[in-house]
Design a protein around this ligand. Structure first.
Ligand SMILES: NC(=O)N[C@H]1NC(=O)NC1=O
Length: 174
């Protein structure tokens, strides 16, 4: 889909197509529809980013809480969104051995107990070894730093999901 097509979408279709670029947060997509027309993909991404940045800290934590655990209950139960399932599988999180699975579960729980929101990382930019290492390291951070870091990761996930949906360059019609 090119940016002209994106700009021509009624809001129902826009939310259908882009509703999960921020995991389980179609409200963000529905809100930025009002910012059309977008000059390019970066404009659409910037509108999403600005919306997120304008939220109070509780809203940012809410976005993080919409994310499923990595290698967690939803992955085991087959209830992940398509995007999340593909991202987690790409990082090898659907094929952990028993020791890795129990380590991730233990660290995910410790992280959530400490911060009140889940550990979020862009799985497509990391492999399972790096994810495990980041999970144990980031458990030690302060809450404000982790909120900021988690939102940065949400934006990386969003960037890659958007790139999968919108052609970056205008189509060459000649
Ligand atoms: N918890 C968490 O990071 N989940 C997300 N990360 C990612 O790349 N896709 C997700 O669903």
């Amino acid at each position: 889909m090119d940016i002209n097509t994106v700009n021509s979408l009624p809001y129902e279709d826009f939310v259908d197509v882009f509703g999960n670029v921020v995991e389980k947060c179609p409200l963000i997509t529905a809100a930025v529809w009002s910012r059309r027309p977008f000059g390019n993909l970066a404009d659409l991404e910037a509108a999403i980013s600005e919306f997120i940045d304008a939220l109070p800290e509780s809203g940012k934590e809410g976005i993080l809480r919409c994310h499923p655990d990595l290698a967690g209950r939803d992955l085991r139960g087959g209830t992940l969104t398509r995007e999340s399932r593909e991202e987690q599988a790409g990082a090898g999180l659907d094929a952990l051995d028993a020791a890795e699975a129990s380590r991730v579960a233990q660290l995910n729980d410790a992280y959530k107990r400490r911060f009140g929101f889940p550990f979020v990382i862009c799985a497509r930019m990391n492999d399972k070894g790096r994810i495990l290492q980041q999970l144990s390291q980031r458990c030690l951070n302060e809450a404000a730093a982790e909120r900021t870091r988690g939102i940065e990761e949400v934006k990386k996930i969003c960037n890659l999901r958007l790139k999968g949906l919108v052609r970056a360059d205008p189509p060459n019609k000649l």
